[in-house]
Design a protein around this ligand. Structure first.
Ligand SMILES: C[S@@+](CC[C@H](N)C(=O)[O-])C[C@H]1O[C@@H](n2cnc3c(N)ncnc32)[C@H](O)[C@@H]1O
Length: 269
């Protein structure tokens, strides 16, 4: 196992406010609405024991605790763990690495990995995180992981008017290799193709993973900024389209994120 990338901790501690990411733009609100809709349908009824690995400041952990689940959050960034404790007293929160979870075997009905897989550039590290998710989930429990789609950074930066001859080479490299150079923005990160995440689930002993496009193919049409009051008709159509096409294999990779979900078998492979 390689060391945690220090730039991930620095980025979220000193440079980027994660706490309201899902509220402060139309795209964030789309991601949150769709992720919550998918989790509502894919998770067992409350009260389940949910481990939110890479849970950040607790946007989903707090929401799930409010629904009556028993939620414990683990995150690499101490500032995120402190923020989650402050904002959501019902959520337990611990600093830890997805590749070596400070959690006993088979304690969770559900393990969420909504962050670590796209911050780990090496396949061996992503496999370690997925195998840990399998270990801590009881047989018959659910593992759900978010990944960022390969082309999403390019589309997003074009949408924001931030691609020029200076930034294009790094974006093309990330598109070709999947690996983001943090010098160009964001952090050490990996951008998946849909079949890669399918293969990684299989290799971790999670058979028959189901993949869901989170934002659907129309997200690049959303304005970059704007408050909830402006979301309006276009937002509703983008949301409806995302739900309509969420499992369509021909447009899966057009979403900015994929949610991949599988049940831990009795005997992990
Ligand atoms: C973009 S935030 C997502 C937070 C939240 N899960 C959500 O979906 O809104 C990514 C999170 O993954 C965490 N993370 C990245 N690599 C990790 C690792 N190896 N172990 C645990 N957490 C990690 C980061 O610290 C950060 O809080």
């Amino acid at each position: 196992m390689t060391q945690p990338e220090p730039d991930v901790v620095r980025f979220y501690t000193d440079r980027y406010v994660e706490a309201d990411r899902l509220d402060r733009s139309p795209l964030g609100r789309l991601e949150a609405a769709r992720t919550r809709d998918l989790l509502s349908r894919l998770l067992p009824p409350a009260p389940a024991t949910v481990l939110d690995v890479g849970g950040g400041p607790g946007a989903y952990a707090g929401w799930l605790a409010g629904l009556g689940h028993r939620v414990h959050l683990v995150d690499l960034v101490p500032a995120h763990v402190s923020a989650a404790r402050r904002a959501y007293p019902a959520v337990g929160a611990t600093v830890g690495d997805a590749r070596r979870l400070p959690v006993p075997d088979a304690v969770a009905d559900v393990t969420l990995l909504l962050g670590p897989l796209y911050h780990l550039t090496g396949r061996a590290d992503r496999m370690a995180a997925l195998r840990e998710a399998v270990r801590v989930t009881r047989p018959g429990g659910v593992v759900a992981a978010a990944t960022i789609s390969r082309h999403a950074p390019f589309l997003d930066l074009v949408r924001q008017g931030r691609v020029d001859d200076g930034s294009r080479p790094a974006l093309l490299a990330a598109y070709t290799t999947g690996v983001n150079d943090p010098v160009g923005g964001f952090t050490t990160a990996y951008f998946h193709r849909p079949d890669e995440v399918f293969d990684e689930f299989h290799a971790a002993g999670l058979p028959a993973p189901r993949r869901y496009g989170i934002e659907g193919p129309l997200w690049p049409l959303l304005p970059v900024t704007g408050g909830p009051a402006e979301d309006g008709r276009l937002f509703d159509e983008v949301l409806r389209c995302a739900a309509l096409m969420e499992c369509d294999p021909e447009v899966l990779g057009a979403s900015a994120h994929l949610l991949t979900v599988a049940v831990r078998p009795a005997e992990p492979g």
